[in-house]
Design a binder for this molecule. Structure first.
Ligand SMILES: *[C@@H]1O[C@H](CO)[C@@H](O)[C@H](O)[C@H]1NC(C)=O
Ligand SMILES: *[C@@H]1O[C@H](CO)[C@@H](O)[C@H](O)[C@H]1NC(C)=O
Length: 140
């Protein structure tokens, strides 16, 4: 055994640093997951009585002006599940949902400066870290 005498004393700060880094990275991924949910999760789908679903949502989430954004209408659990049992691996960190999802793609029209929404039921691709989605990639 190489670890003897004063070595554990030297290792302790390293162990603490490692634990701190692990916590910091977990916090980072959790924050990214919160941001993902804020930008891409709308369940149940907000009422759209006057055809302004995308404009209302993009304004509310402070994303107005962004070229496009997709909202997913499904329970949080089934979205998170794509990162584990409900998804198959794609590119590194990407998961393809096994099941199709109810989504609305909002696209900005720079002429009218309003959003047009198109609703689809499609399989989706998410960027997952530590078993949680942190980014929406595309639908397939
Ligand atoms: C109707 O449209 C206005 C903007 O023209 C919007 O502020 C409001 O939230 C919309 N109402 C619903 C129920 O979508
Ligand atoms: C963008 O809006 C303009 C003006 O309302 C409209 O004529 C045009 O067809 C729209 N473009 C798309 C791609 O929907």
């Amino acid at each position: 055994m190489a670890l003897k005498g004063s070595c554990p004393m030297l290792l302790l700060p390293l162990v603490l640093l490692g634990a701190w880094l692990a916590l910091a990275s977990e916090k980072l991924w959790n924050e990214k997951n919160d941001k993902f949910l804020l930008q891409h999760w709308n369940y149940p789908r907000s009422k759209d009585s006057n055809g302004t679903y995308c404009d209302t949502l993009m304004q509310r989430q402070e994303m107005y002006g962004q070229e496009a954004n997709t909202f997913i209408h499904a329970p949080m659990g089934s979205i998170n599940n794509i990162c584990t049992l409900g998804g198959t691996p794609g590119k590194p960190n990407e998961r393809h949902s096994v099941a199709p999802f109810d989504i609305t793609v909002c696209a900005f029209n720079s002429t009218s400066r309003t959003y047009a929404g198109t609703r689809y039921v499609r399989r989706i691709v998410l960027d997952c870290r530590k078993g949680l989605p942190i980014d929406y990639v595309r639908h397939i």
